[in-house]
Design a protein around this ligand. Structure first.
Ligand SMILES: Cc1cc2nc3c(=O)[nH]c(=O)nc-3n(C[C@H](O)[C@H](O)[C@H](O)COP(=O)(O)OP(=O)(O)OC[C@H]3O[C@@H](n4cnc5c(N)ncnc54)[C@H](O)[C@@H]3O)c2cc1C
Length: 415
């Protein structure tokens, strides 16, 4: 039923107006809505500069799309959202559901504080909402391939037909405005279409090569919901679709086991003995290990807020199996610096490399940085781009020795 009370569309990880189920639901309730984004310190504090800058760029792009009507307010959502909703006399607040541990708690707190103003969840940042795909006996999947098959079989809804003109956006007097940015956000859809037409056909063969610009670079757009995965899934199959399925799988795993954001998924790894050498950790963070492919990756992360997937695996393996440091130290550093930093994908990829996650790569398969570099950066172009001086540094550890140490410690975990 159409109401005379306006709605609030509270944007979070869905910074777009196209294919936006929550916006559609808001429009079905009321022709007028306020577009709101809350700058929440709980999320901003652990984020490094590149991620925050990217978020601000996304907010500017959304604000432009909305004709300058995005209300940006700083504070605790449980306080800000009800205050703004009451100020404009809203009948309902519309969101895309959040499935992460913090997002779920935050939304429950906001719902409670809203009282009789309804919090309406429609859609999610995933093709299939976490928790929906289950085994025949109702339990969650623990292994990727059967999950992927069931996910494909389940399928996803048609895109929601929305754009910036779906409702009349209200003006809002208060708010902090969006901090200035150096560069505008590029057109994500145009970038996707270019990748789809030019690179996707070879993705299978080239995706592991950090020296070739061969992957889609869609992760940050997906992280902030500038594009919904449905948009990409419309155009792809095979390996690329499987990569998107990994994103959905890890969201599902974290939804069922929120404690695995911090704890080993496989609890027998709680017995693993870790070192705590802060100097080695610092050398890894700064890209000064003397292992060129590792240093190149770590410096790409600091410089661009991004690292190629193959190199993420190499540097993660190095932290866990050559430096014997806890995976969550590395995961925290990644979460600070990655523009695409996403709790589910990050923590569970780290756990995969560390051997303690779902479907884990066997712990005894230890990446040799030199062999990996030869195979995936054969001409050294990637290393030259990011760490041309690394080969002159003295390696901080001896890979062959540390490999043995890692394997010995693993024996103790297994027995
Ligand atoms: C240690 C480690 C930490 C990682 N942390 C993150 C993270 O915080 N956020 C993040 O989005 N990805 C993370 N990944 C997964 C992957 O590295 C990135 O998604 C990918 O490099 C992004 O580049 P792209 O968009 O060009 O990828 P493409 O190769 O073009 O892949 C397309 C999309 O598929 C998804 N995808 C691809 N590989 C994976 C994967 N292994 N797990 C989950 N989704 C995947 C991403 O959404 C990606 O954008 C991590 C991987 C490792 C090994």
């Amino acid at each position: 039923m159409v109401s005379s009370e306006p709605s609030v569309v509270w944007f979070r990880r869905d910074l777009r107006t196209a294919d936006h189920p929550a916006l559609l639901e808001a429009a079905e309730r009321s022709p007028r809505a306020l577009a709101l984004f809350v700058l929440d310190d709980r999320l901003l504090k652990p984020s490094g500069k590149p991620r925050i800058e990217f978020l601000h760029r996304c907010l500017h792009a959304l604000n432009d799309d909305l004709g300058g009507r995005l209300a940006v307010v700083h504070g605790d959502p449980a306080e800000v959202v009800p205050r703004v909703a009451r100020e404009i006399g809203a009948g309902s607040v519309h969101i895309s559901a959040d499935f992460g541990p913090y997002g779920r708690k935050r939304d429950a707190a906001v719902e409670e504080a809203l009282g009789d103003i309804e919090l309406v969840r429609s859609g999610s940042p995933y093709a299939v909402a976490p928790g929906r795909v289950r085994k025949a006996d109702g339990t969650p999947f623990k292994v990727f391939t059967p999950f992927r098959n069931a996910w494909l079989e389940h399928g996803w809804r048609q895109p929601a037909e929305t754009d910036a003109s779906t409702v009349d956006w209200m003006r809002f007097g208060g708010g902090t405005g969006i901090p200035a940015v150096r560069e505008k956000l590029p057109d994500a859809l145009a970038l996707w279409e270019k990748f789809r037409d030019e690179r996707l056909p070879d993705y299978d063969k080239t995706r592991d090569r950090p020296d070739l610009d061969a992957t889609s670079r869609m992760s940050a757009f997906l992280r902030w919901g500038v594009l919904h995965p449905r948009t990409l899934l419309r155009d792809c199959e095979g390996t690329y679709r499987d990569e998107l399925a990994w994103r959905e799988f890890y969201a599902d795993v974290l939804w069922h086991r929120p404690e695995t954001a911090r704890q080993n998924y496989d609890r027998k790894f709680d017995r693993m003995v870790h070192d705590d050498d802060l100097e080695l950790f610092e050398a890894w963070k700064q890209g000064r290990t003397g292992f060129p492919i590792v240093d190149a990756g770590m410096r790409q992360l600091l410089r661009e807020g991004f690292m190629h997937n193959r190199v993420r695996m190499i540097v993660a393996s190095f932290l866990v199996k050559d430096l014997h440091l806890p995976w969550w130290w590395g995961a925290r550093h990644f979460m600070e610096h990655l523009v695409d930093g996403d709790l589910a994908s990050n923590q569970h990829n780290w756990q995969w490399v560390a051997g303690c996650g779902t479907d884990a790569a066997p712990f005894f398969r230890i990446f040799n940085p030199a062999t990996q570099a030869k195979k995936f950066d054969p001409d050294g172009a990637y290393v030259r781009r990011y760490a041309p001086d690394s080969a002159d540094l003295t390696p901080i550890v001896d890979h062959a020795v540390e490999r043995r140490v890692a394997l010995d410690r693993y024996q103790d975990v297994r027995t």
